[in-house]
Design a protein around this ligand. Structure first.
Ligand code: FMN
Length: 237
Protein backbone atom coordinates (compact mmCIF):
# COMPACT_ATOMS: atom_id res chain seq x y z
CA UNK A 1 0.00 0.00 0.00
CA UNK A 2 1.31 3.45 -0.86
CA UNK A 3 0.86 6.04 1.95
CA UNK A 4 -1.34 8.99 0.91
CA UNK A 5 -1.16 12.55 2.20
CA UNK A 6 -2.69 12.87 5.71
CA UNK A 7 -2.68 9.06 6.20
CA UNK A 8 -0.88 7.72 9.27
CA UNK A 9 2.07 5.62 8.09
CA UNK A 10 2.17 2.23 9.79
CA UNK A 11 4.91 -0.40 9.75
CA UNK A 12 2.85 -2.51 7.39
CA UNK A 13 2.78 0.37 4.89
CA UNK A 14 6.56 0.31 4.78
CA UNK A 15 6.85 -3.43 4.07
CA UNK A 16 7.18 -4.43 0.41
CA UNK A 17 3.92 -6.00 -0.76
CA UNK A 18 5.53 -8.20 -3.39
CA UNK A 19 8.91 -9.80 -2.85
CA UNK A 20 11.40 -9.01 -5.61
CA UNK A 21 14.11 -11.44 -6.66
CA UNK A 22 16.52 -8.76 -7.88
CA UNK A 23 17.19 -5.39 -6.25
CA UNK A 24 15.93 -2.67 -8.60
CA UNK A 25 18.30 0.03 -7.36
CA UNK A 26 21.90 0.13 -6.24
CA UNK A 27 22.40 0.24 -2.47
CA UNK A 28 23.48 3.73 -1.42
CA UNK A 29 23.12 3.20 2.32
CA UNK A 30 26.76 3.42 3.30
CA UNK A 31 29.42 5.89 2.16
CA UNK A 32 31.52 2.99 0.83
CA UNK A 33 28.71 1.65 -1.34
CA UNK A 34 27.76 5.00 -2.83
CA UNK A 35 28.44 5.23 -6.57
CA UNK A 36 31.02 7.25 -8.44
CA UNK A 37 29.47 9.35 -11.21
CA UNK A 38 31.50 9.22 -14.42
CA UNK A 39 30.80 11.84 -17.07
CA UNK A 40 32.34 11.21 -20.51
CA UNK A 41 32.37 14.07 -23.02
CA UNK A 42 33.38 14.48 -26.65
CA UNK A 43 37.01 15.36 -25.96
CA UNK A 44 39.70 13.14 -27.38
CA UNK A 45 40.98 10.35 -25.14
CA UNK A 46 38.11 7.96 -24.46
CA UNK A 47 40.73 5.47 -23.33
CA UNK A 48 40.89 7.46 -20.06
CA UNK A 49 37.23 6.69 -19.40
CA UNK A 50 37.63 3.04 -20.43
CA UNK A 51 40.53 2.52 -18.01
CA UNK A 52 38.58 4.25 -15.21
CA UNK A 53 35.61 1.93 -15.80
CA UNK A 54 37.93 -1.08 -15.79
CA UNK A 55 39.61 -0.26 -12.48
CA UNK A 56 36.45 0.83 -10.69
CA UNK A 57 34.51 -2.29 -11.69
CA UNK A 58 37.43 -4.57 -10.86
CA UNK A 59 37.47 -2.94 -7.41
CA UNK A 60 33.74 -3.78 -7.13
CA UNK A 61 32.73 -0.13 -7.15
CA UNK A 62 29.42 1.21 -8.47
CA UNK A 63 29.44 3.60 -11.43
CA UNK A 64 26.68 5.86 -12.72
CA UNK A 65 27.87 6.76 -16.23
CA UNK A 66 26.60 9.49 -18.52
CA UNK A 67 28.21 10.09 -21.90
CA UNK A 68 27.52 13.25 -23.88
CA UNK A 69 26.14 13.04 -27.41
CA UNK A 70 29.51 14.12 -28.82
CA UNK A 71 31.24 11.24 -27.03
CA UNK A 72 29.58 8.87 -29.50
CA UNK A 73 31.15 10.80 -32.39
CA UNK A 74 34.58 10.57 -30.79
CA UNK A 75 34.13 6.80 -30.30
CA UNK A 76 33.62 6.59 -34.07
CA UNK A 77 36.62 8.79 -34.86
CA UNK A 78 39.05 7.19 -32.41
CA UNK A 79 38.03 3.54 -32.58
CA UNK A 80 35.60 3.20 -35.51
CA UNK A 81 33.04 1.86 -33.03
CA UNK A 82 29.43 2.91 -32.52
CA UNK A 83 28.51 3.49 -28.88
CA UNK A 84 24.92 2.25 -28.28
CA UNK A 85 22.40 4.80 -27.01
CA UNK A 86 20.22 2.25 -25.19
CA UNK A 87 21.36 2.34 -21.52
CA UNK A 88 21.50 -1.45 -21.04
CA UNK A 89 23.35 -2.03 -24.31
CA UNK A 90 25.65 0.89 -23.52
CA UNK A 91 26.56 -0.65 -20.15
CA UNK A 92 27.43 -3.92 -21.94
CA UNK A 93 29.47 -1.88 -24.42
CA UNK A 94 31.53 -0.15 -21.70
CA UNK A 95 32.06 -3.46 -19.90
CA UNK A 96 33.23 -5.05 -23.13
CA UNK A 97 35.63 -2.17 -23.87
CA UNK A 98 36.97 -2.33 -20.31
CA UNK A 99 37.23 -6.13 -20.36
CA UNK A 100 35.18 -6.50 -17.17
CA UNK A 101 32.06 -8.52 -18.00
CA UNK A 102 30.53 -8.95 -14.55
CA UNK A 103 32.33 -7.34 -11.58
CA UNK A 104 31.11 -4.17 -9.86
CA UNK A 105 27.97 -2.26 -10.79
CA UNK A 106 27.53 -0.05 -13.84
CA UNK A 107 24.47 1.90 -14.86
CA UNK A 108 24.39 4.12 -17.96
CA UNK A 109 22.09 7.09 -18.44
CA UNK A 110 21.03 8.93 -21.61
CA UNK A 111 22.49 12.45 -21.68
CA UNK A 112 19.00 13.88 -22.16
CA UNK A 113 17.53 12.23 -19.06
CA UNK A 114 17.61 15.18 -16.67
CA UNK A 115 15.19 13.26 -14.43
CA UNK A 116 17.73 10.50 -13.66
CA UNK A 117 18.85 9.74 -10.09
CA UNK A 118 22.15 11.65 -10.45
CA UNK A 119 20.25 14.83 -11.39
CA UNK A 120 19.18 15.16 -7.75
CA UNK A 121 21.27 16.16 -4.76
CA UNK A 122 19.24 13.76 -2.63
CA UNK A 123 20.85 10.85 -4.48
CA UNK A 124 24.07 10.39 -2.58
CA UNK A 125 27.31 9.79 -4.43
CA UNK A 126 31.01 9.74 -3.62
CA UNK A 127 31.63 12.42 -6.20
CA UNK A 128 31.96 12.79 -9.94
CA UNK A 129 34.72 12.53 -12.51
CA UNK A 130 34.33 14.22 -15.91
CA UNK A 131 36.94 12.47 -18.08
CA UNK A 132 37.89 13.35 -20.72
CA UNK A 133 36.34 16.80 -20.40
CA UNK A 134 35.87 18.99 -23.48
CA UNK A 135 36.27 22.75 -23.39
CA UNK A 136 32.60 23.01 -24.29
CA UNK A 137 31.62 21.15 -21.12
CA UNK A 138 34.20 23.08 -19.07
CA UNK A 139 32.53 26.31 -20.24
CA UNK A 140 29.05 25.05 -19.42
CA UNK A 141 30.03 23.74 -15.98
CA UNK A 142 31.85 26.98 -15.17
CA UNK A 143 28.61 28.85 -15.87
CA UNK A 144 26.17 26.44 -14.21
CA UNK A 145 24.20 25.70 -17.37
CA UNK A 146 22.91 22.19 -16.49
CA UNK A 147 21.48 21.80 -20.00
CA UNK A 148 21.85 17.99 -20.02
CA UNK A 149 22.28 15.22 -17.45
CA UNK A 150 26.08 15.32 -17.45
CA UNK A 151 26.14 19.06 -16.76
CA UNK A 152 23.35 18.80 -14.20
CA UNK A 153 25.07 15.94 -12.34
CA UNK A 154 28.31 17.96 -12.17
CA UNK A 155 26.40 21.03 -11.00
CA UNK A 156 24.81 18.90 -8.27
CA UNK A 157 28.23 17.80 -6.96
CA UNK A 158 29.28 21.45 -6.63
CA UNK A 159 26.09 22.61 -4.96
CA UNK A 160 26.20 19.69 -2.51
CA UNK A 161 29.85 20.33 -1.70
CA UNK A 162 30.90 16.95 -3.06
CA UNK A 163 34.01 16.15 -5.06
CA UNK A 164 34.02 17.08 -8.72
CA UNK A 165 37.12 16.12 -10.67
CA UNK A 166 37.45 17.64 -14.13
CA UNK A 167 40.00 16.17 -16.56
CA UNK A 168 40.35 18.70 -19.39
CA UNK A 169 41.78 17.56 -22.73
CA UNK A 170 42.74 20.33 -25.09
CA UNK A 171 45.92 21.96 -26.30
CA UNK A 172 46.72 24.78 -26.42
CA UNK A 173 44.34 26.41 -23.94
CA UNK A 174 42.81 29.76 -24.91
CA UNK A 175 42.32 32.48 -22.33
CA UNK A 176 38.61 31.59 -22.33
CA UNK A 177 39.46 27.95 -21.45
CA UNK A 178 41.82 29.07 -18.69
CA UNK A 179 39.26 31.46 -17.21
CA UNK A 180 36.57 28.78 -17.25
CA UNK A 181 38.91 26.27 -15.59
CA UNK A 182 39.79 28.89 -12.97
CA UNK A 183 36.11 29.52 -12.28
CA UNK A 184 35.58 25.77 -11.78
CA UNK A 185 38.57 25.53 -9.45
CA UNK A 186 37.23 28.50 -7.47
CA UNK A 187 33.87 26.72 -7.19
CA UNK A 188 35.59 23.71 -5.60
CA UNK A 189 36.30 21.40 -8.54
CA UNK A 190 39.66 19.66 -8.80
CA UNK A 191 41.30 20.20 -12.19
CA UNK A 192 43.44 17.22 -13.18
CA UNK A 193 44.61 17.70 -16.78
CA UNK A 194 45.20 14.64 -18.93
CA UNK A 195 48.97 15.11 -18.71
CA UNK A 196 50.94 11.92 -18.02
CA UNK A 197 54.39 11.76 -16.42
CA UNK A 198 57.44 9.79 -17.47
CA UNK A 199 59.32 9.30 -14.18
CA UNK A 200 57.50 6.00 -13.54
CA UNK A 201 59.07 4.63 -16.76
CA UNK A 202 55.93 3.83 -18.76
CA UNK A 203 56.28 1.02 -21.30
CA UNK A 204 52.85 1.18 -22.94
CA UNK A 205 50.11 3.67 -23.77
CA UNK A 206 48.08 2.09 -20.97
CA UNK A 207 50.90 2.91 -18.51
CA UNK A 208 50.67 6.58 -19.53
CA UNK A 209 46.88 6.62 -19.35
CA UNK A 210 46.81 4.79 -16.01
CA UNK A 211 49.11 7.39 -14.46
CA UNK A 212 46.53 10.09 -15.20
CA UNK A 213 43.60 7.94 -14.08
CA UNK A 214 45.39 7.08 -10.83
CA UNK A 215 46.01 10.78 -10.09
CA UNK A 216 42.32 11.42 -10.81
CA UNK A 217 41.33 8.62 -8.41
CA UNK A 218 43.65 10.12 -5.77
CA UNK A 219 41.33 13.15 -5.65
CA UNK A 220 38.48 10.85 -4.51
CA UNK A 221 40.75 8.80 -2.24
CA UNK A 222 40.26 5.77 -4.50
CA UNK A 223 43.26 3.46 -4.49
CA UNK A 224 42.51 0.80 -7.08
CA UNK A 225 45.34 1.21 -9.61
CA UNK A 226 48.73 -0.41 -8.97
CA UNK A 227 50.68 2.82 -9.55
CA UNK A 228 54.42 3.02 -8.98
CA UNK A 229 54.55 6.16 -6.87
CA UNK A 230 57.52 8.46 -6.54
CA UNK A 231 59.98 7.12 -3.93
CA UNK A 232 57.29 4.97 -2.33
CA UNK A 233 59.67 2.00 -2.06
CA UNK A 234 62.33 4.22 -0.51
CA UNK A 235 59.93 5.67 2.05
CA UNK A 236 58.59 2.24 3.03
CA UNK A 237 62.09 0.87 3.75
C1 FMN B 1 37.33 13.40 -32.97
C2 FMN B 1 37.05 14.60 -32.12
C3 FMN B 1 37.95 14.95 -31.14
C4 FMN B 1 37.70 16.06 -30.32
N1 FMN B 1 38.62 16.36 -29.35
C5 FMN B 1 38.37 17.39 -28.51
C6 FMN B 1 39.27 17.67 -27.45
O1 FMN B 1 40.27 16.99 -27.23
N2 FMN B 1 38.96 18.68 -26.62
C7 FMN B 1 37.84 19.46 -26.79
O2 FMN B 1 37.62 20.36 -25.99
N3 FMN B 1 36.98 19.22 -27.81
C8 FMN B 1 37.21 18.21 -28.68
N4 FMN B 1 36.33 17.93 -29.71
C9 FMN B 1 35.18 18.84 -29.91
C10 FMN B 1 34.01 18.46 -29.01
O3 FMN B 1 33.57 17.15 -29.27
C11 FMN B 1 32.87 19.46 -29.26
O4 FMN B 1 33.24 20.74 -28.80
C12 FMN B 1 31.58 19.03 -28.62
O5 FMN B 1 30.60 20.04 -28.83
C13 FMN B 1 31.72 18.79 -27.13
O6 FMN B 1 30.46 18.46 -26.60
P1 FMN B 1 30.33 17.83 -25.15
O7 FMN B 1 31.18 18.64 -24.25
O8 FMN B 1 28.88 17.93 -24.82
O9 FMN B 1 30.78 16.41 -25.25
C14 FMN B 1 36.54 16.83 -30.52
C15 FMN B 1 35.64 16.46 -31.52
C16 FMN B 1 35.89 15.36 -32.31
C17 FMN B 1 34.89 14.98 -33.36
Amino acid sequence: MTPRANDAVTNSDLRPTTPTAEPTTMSTNTPRSRPIVLGVTGASGLIYAVRAVKYLLEADEAIELVASRSAAMVWNAENQITMPTDPTKQAEFWRSQAGVPTAGRLRCHPAGDVGANIASGSFRTRGMIVMPCSMSTVGKLANGLSSDLLERAADVQLKEGRSLVVVPRETPFSLVHLRNLTALAEAGARIVPAIPAWYHQPQTIEDLVDFVVARVFDQLDLDCIPLKRWKEDVEQN
